[in-house]
Design a protein around this ligand. Sequence first.
Ligand code: URA
Ligand code: SF4
Length: 191
Amino acid sequence: MYNNWEELEKSIINCRKCKLCQGRNHIVFAEGNKEADVMLIGEGPGADEDREGIPFVGKAGQLMNKAFDGLKIDRSKLYIANVVKCRPPQNRVPEEDEATACLDYLRNQVMLVKPKIIVLLGSTALKNILGKEYGITATRGKWIERKQIQYMPTWHPAALLRDEAKKIEFWKDLKEVCKKAREMNLEMEKN
Ligand code: URA
Ligand code: SF4
């Protein structure tokens, strides 16, 4: 673990710790406020993210931005990262060895940001952060506290593209996050 951003960011530049390094154009490290109260964790970069080097800029990200706009969430106040930093081929779910190799970076990011709330976007984030025993269908929308961090699992925004009911639940879960953030006096909404 690195105790400063400079060393952590330097350590990942030429990372070849897993086979996802082979197909990548950009390592997608994160976006946002390094002092955020609220952090979001997705699965891994898609084609658009791999091209631009920024998380959640493709279709799923644009849908998420719409929810942010509707709920007056300020994206620049959040810290957004993924379980794996390089794009899995055909956007498949990251394999166990890939997630394991990459998770040290994410843990280090959490350690440095020190968020009070972490939103887990989808099954991959949920299982890799809280444990394989958790299922997204049963867990989403429910707060889970671990080591003084409040976790809110919800749908991955890509799942919303295919399912209108999930859109409503995603919105509801984000609204719950806003409510909790307000109660805890945290920064995430537009001023
Ligand atoms: N899906 C993810 O999980 N992360 C991204 O950054 C983009 C799409
Ligand atoms: Fe390294 Fe993570 Fe990319 Fe694998 S996915 S090569 S561990 S940065």
